[in-house]
Design a protein. Structure first.
Length: 366
């Protein structure tokens, strides 16, 4: 069994659009009822479960008669999401109630999980709901999200929800049973059961969604695995094209977390998808950061973006982004300190300086 209750007190299950909605835009109710029975069995065994559910746009597109599954334009997608979400919530609520469980709906935007205070609010809500044996059903609030401020796929959303919920495992139920070394339809394709190093397999990903309904593909699932494992959470990709997908021992690919002792703040930092700006550093500073040091102004070469103290910034080395952290200075003051020694800072800024541009306690390597 994937993530048995005894070893995984909290589990997040993501369900893709093609598993919930059939080709005609109707709900695949018998299959979904089987999944809910699995969830009820796990809750009965003491496991707390949250669901990240796709399907709102596909359901809404059918009801509104929209072309291309409601994805022809942002306006269509938002209208379809607004229409389909109420139907989707009703389906989940009815099926969970039939198993003696209470459904709770949470609609989130990218900003809800990127802003630290709002993230903590979402975390508290998830924790309280699951402690009450309710099943949170989470989806991106596509009716208000725009192309610039959205997750874009529920795989990464599931990983971020798992962080916020303090989960130990994530199951991405999909139309494939895991990662293959090439397109699964290609001759000789080999299934990969366990992945320890994501960088070793990232090139194998395909961007396509097999069903044409979803917004992801294997690329989004690997991105989700990076977020989850960096936070000490195991993530599995498993097929939903079987009855009772959370029961038995179905084939899957497991991305194993190496470090389970990641602090909550650093997990949030490492899993973020947006930054307010960037601080570029030289090779020497990049090496010092890799050894656990703080980002000192002397090793910085350039500042970009408009950020304030406490905002999340990327740290870029000579060959790309190497870390994320919370800025100790706003962008203007940080730019004034670039390349300068610590004993010069007070004279430059006119006030007693902080020890670093980004302190190691608020920095996570990527």
């Amino acid at each position: 069994m994937l993530f048995p209750p005894a070893s995984c007190p909290r589990l997040v299950v993501k369900v893709g659009s093609a598993l919930i909605v059939d080709g005609d835009g109707g709900v695949r109710r018998p299959w979904l009822a089987g999944l809910v029975r699995d969830i009820a069995a796990r809750v009965g065994a003491g496991q707390q479960v949250a669901v990240v559910s796709s399907g709102a746009i596909a359901l809404g597109a059918r009801r509104l008669g929209l072309a291309k599954g409601g994805r022809a334009s942002l306006d269509d997608a938002q209208a379809a999401a607004a229409t389909g979400q109420i139907a989707l919530a009703g389906v989940w609520a009815g099926l969970l109630e039939a198993e003696g469980l209470v459904a709770a709906q949470m609609l989130v935007t990218l900003d809800d999980l990127e802003d630290r205070r709002r993230y903590l609010n979402a975390s508290a809500t998830l924790a309280r709901l699951m402690a009450l044996r309710a099943v949170p059903v989470v989806n991106e609030n596509d009716s208000v999200a725009t192309a610039e401020i959205r997750f874009g796929d529920n795989d990464r959303l599931a990983a971020r929800v798992a962080q916020a919920a303090g989960a130990r495992g994530v199951v991405l139920l999909s139309d494939v049973d895991g990662l293959y070394d090439r397109n699964p339809a290609a001759p000789g394709a080999t299934h990969i059961a366990r992945i320890q190093r994501i960088d070793a397999v990232a090139h194998m990903a395909d961007t396509a969604s097999a069903s044409g309904m979803g917004s992801g593909g294997m690329v989004s699932k690997i991105a989700a695995a990076r977020i989850a494992t960096a936070a000490g959470i195991d993530l599995a990709i498993s097929s939903g094209r079987v009855d009772r997908p959370l029961s038995g021992d179905h084939r899957h690919s497991l991305f194993a977390a190496e470090d389970r002792e990641v602090s909550a703040r650093k997990a949030w930092l490492g899993g973020g998808l947006t930054t307010k700006g960037a601080i570029h550093v030289d090779a020497g500073a990049a090496g010092a950061l890799a050894k656990g040091g703080s980002l000192l102004a002397a090793g910085a070469v350039r500042v970009e973006g408009k950020f304030g103290r406490g905002d999340v910034v990327a740290v870029e080395g000579p060959f790309g982004i190497i870390a994320r952290g919370l800025a100790e200075y706003d962008a203007a003051d940080a730019a004034a300190l670039v390349g300068r020694r610590s004993d010069e800072h007070a004279a430059i800024l006119g006030y007693a300086p902080r020890t670093a541009l980004v302190h190691r306690s608020h920095l996570v390597m990527l």
